[in-house]
Design a protein around this ligand. Sequence first.
Ligand code: GLU
Length: 497
Amino acid sequence: MTGTRVRVRFAPSPTGDLHVGGARSALFTWLFARHHGGDFILRIEDTDRRRYVEGSVEGILESLRWLGLEWDEGPYFQSERLAIYREHAERLVAQGDAYPCYCTPERLEQVRNEQRARGEPPGYDRRCRHLSPDERAAFEAQGLTPAIRFKMPESGTTVVPDLLRGHITFENRLLEDPVILKSDGFPTYHLAAMVDDHLMGITHVTRGEEWLPSAPLHVRIIQAFGWDLPVFVHLPVILRPDGKGKLSKRDGAVGVLEYKKAGYLPEALVNYLALLGWSAGDREIFSREELIRLFSLEDINPSPARFSFDKLAWMNQYYINHIISLDDLTIRCIPFLRAAGLVSAAAEDPASPEHAYVRSVVALLKDRLKTLAEVVELTSFFFTEGTEDYPAELLVPKKTEPALVLEALDRTRAILETADFADEAGMEAALRALAEQLGLKAGQLFMPIRVAVTGRTVSPGLFETLRVVGRTRTLARLDVARAKLRAYVAQQAAAAG
Ligand code: GLU
């Protein structure tokens, strides 16, 4: 690549959510552009009106922005460029490289059925390629609007140069004459993408491997226009975790925005996707800057890559626990807490006491949190007044007398009434001493306290939790627990007597 400025594009079709596979293509393309200081262009390929899904353009843009894959040009919309494609299709007809096709869907269906019955591979029989001028005039007289098909050579071979795979030779006789402009005036991918790649000055066409079988058509179309070929880079497919077939919705979350919603960090997803088919030694964790510096298309492995939900989850947790700062994590958790109604808008202001409180809560989980969304479930008790929603049995550890637990909670309350809540070690020592006096193991005492204060059996460390929840709420929750347990003990006694 001497002299030419790199210009690459991501060209999704608005047929639904942006999937991790599409995001991986976008990422590789973006990294390549950034590595070379080139241009990353966004083009929306919306010419197939039957497959168009309302709202998907917005979803694609949001996904790319969330991943930090900002584009330098576009989005261009192919549906706004129909005149350009028509003009190019007509040019090919005029120069004898394409022809009008009057075949109706019914006729095409019938041809295919007959081919199948004869055991031949189904394909267009090229009837309209060989129409006489009179036959053509007769169709025109019927008022039929033709599609336009490209004339593929009927023999010989077409060579597709691919950066990752070398030169691939295709037998022309196995290829059909593709429709390039439909009778409704919309181009197909074969025409629209080639025209746009040329007019937009695209130097490298990075796209999914599923386009490889039609690449010889594309080579011939580009050559018919007399244009230079771009560098083709067919990116490896992404397989299911077990390697059996292509990754799909049925295997789990594949939409980029599903990961956003589930509380994944875009950095983690980017890092994970970068390693789906690309590598730089054995390293796994790369910052965005490192990826830009190290990325090269030549290092892409052309064989299929397996998607691993577990590995992605691991990487996300690693980023939360080890890569981002506590301040950063706090800021990112707040929208989730807000959406759950646990904190107010004020929490967004880093100078507010509410923000400081959230930070102290998040600090307790920083080294354990797996996703941002999890923060809601794990910390809700820090933000609400009560924890009443648990059954009384939860307060009673196995092989422990309920009445003894009740006494233990009474005495715990008395101790915590005067304890210094900032002194975790002091509270711990006092309560360990209490357990000993009552003949309980530490866990037999700590568990009921944990349940009383948090409403659950799993929480951050007990004493740091007490420190953050504070005296007032701790005592109130102990009172609720004691009342619950007193009723439970009385009920048991009544049942026994
Ligand atoms: N619109 C095509 C798709 O979504 C893009 C293929 C390409 O990048 O050229 O599959």
